[in-house]
Structure formats: C-alpha cells, structure tokens
Design a protein around this ligand. Structure first.
Ligand SMILES: *Cc1c(COP(=O)(O)O)cnc(C)c1O
Length: 234
C-alpha cells in the first residue's frame, strides 16, 4: 500500500466533503442531502481502493470494460457501481449485469434492452434520464421536450427503478451561467414529478461546478478530478 497516495486522497475527500457541506449550508439545503459519487473512470484501481478505505462507497465509471475489470478486482468490497458513460446498444447486457445505477439513459430502446437483460436476482437497476440543457454546446442527452415520453416508457419496466434526471452541461465560467442548466433540470423534474413517480434524484454537478448544482437542488454530485487528480487520457 502506498500510504502517501492514500493520505492524499483522504485529504481530497475531506476537501470535497467540506465544499459540499458549505454549499448545503449556504443554499439552505438539508445537511447530508447531497450524495457524493466518486468518478473513478480512467483512474487506477489503487486510487479507487484508497477512496474506499477512506469511506466512499459509490463509484462512477464511464467505460464498461474498465468498470467490469475494476469490479472483479474489488470483488467482496461493499461498493455501489454507477455507469455514467454513454449507453451503447451492444453494451447494455454488460451494464445490466454489472452496474447498480445508470445515469445516462437517453432512449426507449436502451431502456427496453436493460430491462430485459437485468438479472432478476439483482433487483431493479436505478436509472436517470440524461437531458441536454446546453443546446448546441452539448450533444449528450435528450431534449427536454422528449423527457416526458421517455419517462413514461421507463415507468413500465419493473426491472428499472426510475430515480430522476441527470445532466452534464457544457463548461461555463461564472457562477450564474453554471446555475442556469441546473435550474432548468430541476424545473423539468418539478414539472414531470407525480405522486407515484417523485423523481427524487437530480444527478448534476462535478468538480468544477458542484456548488452551482447544489444551489439548484442536486441530490448527487459526480466528482472525479477534485478527488483523484487528472485522469489518464482515453
Ligand atoms: C468524468 C465525468 C464526471 C467527473 O468529472 P470531473 O470534472 O472529473 O469531476 C462527471 N460526470 C460524468 C458524466 C463524467 O463523464
């Protein structure tokens, strides 16, 4: 074990937790209402394990193969695995078999495939619908006007648990501009939520903009670089 590198990650976790707590307090959010998802994509397993040793339990991966390899290497540890990458049709089986959450659902076909391929003994997979709120600046996610239809399709599958909405905005420099797409995601959630379908999760905010996301109601921030440092290139 490389203890230097472990204590460095422990320090970064403390800093990120302090940022989350400060933002919860500043923006009138309930303490502890924002979950930290550690984005370990393109980071070595040793760093993921150091973060686990420091108390983190939810990890996000963007590449199916890499995620599955890490899961096998970390078998026996109490970890919740989140798939945060782009879903591709030829990868849905592996995603359904290996991950607990899928953040970037963007098509009814993918929903159908995940639902059919989810092993029943694993229980439902938690899903968020990814919405594009940056217009032309981002190509990832469905348009807000399409969200109601996709949600209606997902609701029918017992092996999918519809958690809410996710967005990954284009970078914005100032705080007001960072808040805009997050405010729009929350407004969309409020519009689509029903008593039987509360859409409790807003998966939004990353290293550079987590405060803006928390200000607008994020319940889960996905943080990579601020915890682990720069990633290896793809
Ligand atoms: C990589 C990634 C993140 C983490 O980004 P950082 O800037 O490293 O915090 C969050 N969400 C998604 C969907 C990602 O792909």
């Amino acid at each position: 074990m490389n203890t230097d590198h472990d204590s460095q990650i422990a320090t970064c976790i403390e800093q990120v937790r302090a940022r989350i707590q400060a933002a919860e307090q500043r923006f009138g959010r309930e303490p502890g209402s924002v979950r930290l998802l550690a984005v370990s994509k393109r980071q070595p397993l040793s760093k993921l394990m150091a973060a686990h040793a420091a108390g983190l339990r939810a990890f996000g991966e963007s590449y199916v193969q890499e995620g599955v390899e890490k899961q096998q290497a970390a078998a026996g540890h109490d970890i919740e695995w989140h798939f945060i990458g782009r879903v591709q049709s030829n990868k849905t089986r592996q995603i359904a078999e290996h991950f607990d959450w899928v953040h970037g659902l963007t098509s009814a076909d993918h929903a159908r495939r995940l639902a059919a391929q989810r092993p029943s003994e694993r229980g439902p997979v938690h899903v968020c619908v990814q919405v594009n709120l940056s217009g032309e600046a981002s190509k990832a996610g469905i348009e807000p006007e399409q969200a109601a239809d996709l949600i209606a399709e997902i609701e029918d599958f017992e092996s999918l648990r519809l958690e809410g909405l996710m967005t990954l905005p284009a970078p914005a420099e100032d705080f007001a501009a960072q808040r805009r797409p997050f405010a729009a995601l929350r407004a969309l959630r409020d519009q689509l939520a029903r008593e039987h379908r509360p859409l409790p999760t807003l998966s939004m905010g990353m290293s550079r903009d987590l405060e803006a996301a928390i200000a607008e109601g994020a319940t889960m921030v996905r943080v990579g670089t601020a915890l682990f440092g720069e990633r290896a290139p793809v």
